[in-house]
Design a protein. Structure first.
Ligand SMILES: [Mg+2]
Ligand SMILES: [Mg+2]
Ligand SMILES: [Mg+2]
Lengths: 234, 234
């Protein structure tokens, strides 16, 4: 990748839903028989030190920490689900990300069969860490992702708990839409998601072999979003 | 815009749902109280003469002709809904587009409260015309969009029938996500959507003051998508 700016290189952000069993339970969701996914717009990406995350008026704002895969230069189409090597070869690097979600808007969308797009797609709804070189993550199914709010740990689990592992995820996505250089794939969030309020400070990161990876750190505050938007159920 | 390639300049495609009353009726949908929208990935864009549109195995493939707005260089944030001038100033040009939809996949997603992303996001699911210079469309609320299949006209209506006009659409979108240069905004489809089969040829276009605009023409065939994907309800 010419530049390491995650947002400048990104044309789509594909997010896997419900990929950790205990997270599915905490939201009372059905366990999917196969991976499903949705899009966040590249405009939602918040690079390190460019915060705050903005909470739209009237929304219940939730964090979801996730390991993000950054796609490399070779377009990925129709990866076989058992192709571990193809999956890892497609990955240029990693990032830690927070899939911010207006949960009450998402609940309404789910109830009405409407798209999740607005609930997931506000500006600042995707804080990311710096780019993590691929070599720093020997096995993406064996790292620990964590998130804290005001210093209290809220999420911490191993990526080994994913219901659908990375080759399966990339297979399901790439048989629908080709993955291109700089695209992000968010692999789902473990248990412990919850609400943040204006003034809260979120920190997130990743440990590999028990040790923190500096580039994977996120620290971002929550502030009120000004402007025209105000959520009211339609 | 440096280049007129619609796909090369595009980082997001925002699509308005249910924006023509007779189309809402034909799909037995509820009439929205305000505009809602979803995303197609830029990877779904099919430039002129790079067809065919690929029908994924097991899907009911529908066409939806739509007037697309192409966003200009000034980022659009929090447009007021009555700001006609601001809306038109934000538009760099237009295109005709076909929002291809795997209708049976979308129906399942709606029923289950899941994202519409896959149903709308396959590669080739967004044929577009060439870029139409802004000056060729004096009033985007007074053009006729049309689509034919194998020479039979299936859709033809005036954009004057939009339930939510362009300033309102751009206001609703831009209070959630900023619109950036090259982004596409699809303004919804009029009545007449329907199924296409492998071998069908779709044509679409736009008339301004009764006269066809050459750059707005689309002609594309439908072929079977090979590869791994096959739809089965989960
Ligand atoms: Mg998530
Ligand atoms: Mg979506
Ligand atoms: Mg449409």
């Amino acid at each position: 990748m010419a530049s390491r700016s995650i947002s400048a290189n990104c044309r789509k952000v594909v997010c896997i839903g419900r990929n950790y069993a205990d997270h599915i339970k905490e939201l009372n969701n059905a366990r999917p028989k196969k991976p499903f996914f949705f899009l966040k717009p590249p405009s939602s990406i918040l690079e390190p030190n460019s915060g705050p995350v903005l909470r739209p008026k009237g929304t219940t704002l939730h964090y979801e920490v996730e390991l993000a895969l950054i796609v490399g230069p070779k377009p990925l189409v129709d990866l076989s689900e058992g192709d571990e090597k193809g999956a890892l070869d497609a990955i240029a690097g990693y990032a830690i990300s927070i899939d911010m979600t207006a949960r009450n808007m998402q609940d309404e969308a789910k109830k009405k069969g409407l798209p999740w797009t607005a609930a997931k797609g506000f500006d600042t709804f995707l804080p990311v860490s710096k780019f993590i070189e691929k070599g720093k993550v020997p096995d993406p199914h064996d790292v620990e992702v964590w998130l804290s709010v005001n210093g209290d740990e809220r999420q911490r689990d191993s990526t080994g708990l994913m219901l659908f592992r990375i080759p399966r995820i990339l297979s399901e996505v790439s048989r629908v839409m080709r993955l291109e250089e700089g695209d992000l794939v968010l692999t789902g969030t473990p248990k412990g998601v919850g609400r943040v309020e204006v003034g809260d400070v979120m920190r997130a990161g990743v440990r590999v072999g028990g040790k923190g990876v500096e580039e994977g750190n996120i620290e971002v505050e929550v502030a009120e979003k000004g402007g025209l938007f105000e959520y009211t159920e339609t």
